[in-house]
Write a protein that binds this ligand. Structure first.
Ligand code: NAD
Length: 491
């Protein structure tokens, strides 16, 4: 990291805010501790933005918008591709921060970085496809066109679980179409935000185009909401926070997109290859120790396969290595917070009290939760409805595909769904009737590409991210007419 981005005090780096191309301290000089979830130790501290800093960031983004929005598309494309090169060159450093700050296991951290490089290429290319239209004339001599314009300043609020990917996906598309950006990273992963600023600074991004202001969530959030110069809030995080932000955005008449929580179902039909289904179910719920919005935390298996699937799934979970996320062999690293372990423990105890059986796992040590499979989960139990955001899965026996569909749709969420079958007619029929924004056949529920319409329905999402869907969310359509000669007015 750029030495200007931090001061070392008592041996611990204290990271600054990134405003108008400069690393600055907050006038309140308040700091938040950044813990390594694997060790529980503080490894950094981060300055907390207050009203003065948020206003300075908005002022800078406003000034920068005047020039950035008028840059040629090739210039924006070149800048993004340069950031991609910087990221590739600094991959080990980014990987290590994702491991240290958010407890990513080795492979997940690398995947996150590769995704970002891919997203940068996609956004750079997509910037040339911000298209308008011509429309039929409504009166003689009139030319009627629509153009797409950048919105202005976009504010991004992102969660902790994939802090590099989820922040960058928002930033690169917003910048590609000429917006300027203010990032409020998660309070759990503020350094990932600082690192993003550092990468753009190294690539030579003009001052003010990207500003990073970690701080007390509700405080920074309210300040961003209240300023009319912020034209859009793009949020990824829990449904609880998303609902609050939607209400605030409505009050301030701001555009918003929400990518929120999930309780995603995986359906295994009776013609499935059991070993393949077990691998899909395990990857889909245990990746990043279950801290993935798309995790298939509810697995429905048709009765003829149920017992075999259960036996093999339990054996698979028992074989996963839990421990040091720096070790490339580790599959399950730490959960982000101690209270997340307590929350999941509460869900499991509630389920067991109401008749569920823990087939494996169900315990934790420090912030390391064992991969857990529950049998006999019913709608009376909290875990049937609530997101766990941990390595816990409910296994549910169903008589047929119709019952599986009913259980899959019996949730307030609707992010991703998956089914394993070779019967493509049945697969398509179920895909159409599953209440979710994304469905994957013969796969698990975890899948994301930079150019696809990523997002959920019901309590999981509002709007879409990725490719031309991001371009549409991040631009305004303007209607322009050109009257050739004079038109006839009625009076
Ligand atoms: P969270 O809602 O607690 O926090 C998300 C972000 O919102 C953080 O930056 C936080 O500081 C901020 N925030 C919290 N309160 C705020 C307020 N009052 N005003 C403004 N900002 C505020 O979520 P989390 O625990 O960081 O992340 C986990 C959640 O995110 C899970 O529910 C998960 O499913 C969801 N998620 C969704 C997607 C998706 O694409 N749908 C992707 C990743 C995570």
């Amino acid at each position: 990291m750029n030495p200007a981005s931090y001061d070392i005090i008592d041996g611990i780096p204290h990271y600054k805010l990134f405003i108008d191309g400069q690393w600055v301290s907050s006038s309140r000089n308040e700091l938040a501790d950044d813990y390594n979830p694997a060790t529980g130790k503080i490894f950094a501290r981060s300055q907390q933005a207050g009203a003065t800093e948020v206003k300075a960031a908005i002022d800078a983004a406003e000034r920068a918008f005047a020039s950035w929005s008028r840059t040629m598309v090739a210039e924006r494309e070149e800048m993004l591709l340069k950031v991609g090169e910087v990221i590739k060159a600094r991959t080990p450093e980014i990987r290590d921060l994702l491991i240290e700050e958010c407890g990513s296991v080795f492979g997940k951290a690398l995947w996150e970085i590769e995704y970002v490089v891919d997203a940068i290429r996609a956004a750079a290319g997509d910037a040339r496809h911000v298209m308008g239209e011509t429309m039929p004339m409504t009166m003689p001599g009139q030319i009627s066109i629509s153009v797409r314009k950048p919105l202005g300043i976009v504010a991004g609020i992102a969660p902790f679980n994939s802090p590099f990917l989820l922040c960058m996906k928002k930033i690169v598309y917003a910048l590609a179409v000429g917006n300027t950006f203010i990032l409020k990273p998660s309070e759990e992963t503020p350094l990932s935000g600082a690192l993003i600023a550092d990468l753009f600074q190294e690539a030579g991004l003009p001052a003010g185009v990207l500003n990073v202001v970690p701080g007390v969530p509700a405080e920074v959030g309210d300040l961003l909401m209240a300023d009319p110069r912020i034209r859009m809030i793009t949020f990824t995080g829990s449904t609880r926070t998303g609902r609050h932000l939607a209400v605030e955005a409505a009050k301030h008449l701001k555009r918003f997109t929400l990518e929120m929580g999930g309780k995603s179902p995986l359906i295994v039909l009776d013609d499935a290859d059991v070993d393949y289904a077990v691998d899909a179910a395990a990857f889909g719920v245990f990746l990043h120790q279950g801290q993935v919005c798309m995790a298939n935390s509810k697995v429905m298996v048709e009765t003829s396969l149920f017992d075999t699937f259960k036996e093999k799934f339990v054996a698979k979970a028992k074989g996963l290595t839990v421990g040091d996320p720096r070790d490339p062999e580790t599959v399950i690293g730490p959960l982000i917070r101690a209270r997340q372990c307590e929350f999941i423990d509460g869900q499991i105890k509630d389920a067991v009290e109401k008749g569920a059986k823990v087939l494996t796992g169900g315990t934790y040590e420090g912030q390391f939760f064992q991969p857990t499979i529950l049998d006999g989960v019913t709608p009376e139990m909290r875990i049937y409805h609530e997101e766990s955001f941990g390595p816990v899965v409910s296994l549910i026996r169903v008589n047929d595909a119709e019952e599986a569909l009913k259980v899959a749709n019996d949730t307030s969420y609707g992010l991703s769904a998956a089914l394993i079958t070779n019967d493509m007619q049945k697969a398509l029929d179920l895909s159409m009737r599953l209440e979710s924004g994304m469905v994957h056949v013969n796969d698990c529920t975890i899948s994301d590409e930079p150019h696809v319409p990523f997002g959920g329905v019901k309590n999981s999402g509002f709007g879409r991210e990725g490719g031309r869907y991001s371009l549409e969310e991040l631009t305004e359509v303007k209607w322009i007419t050109l009257q050739m000669g004079q038109r006839a007015f009625p009076f």
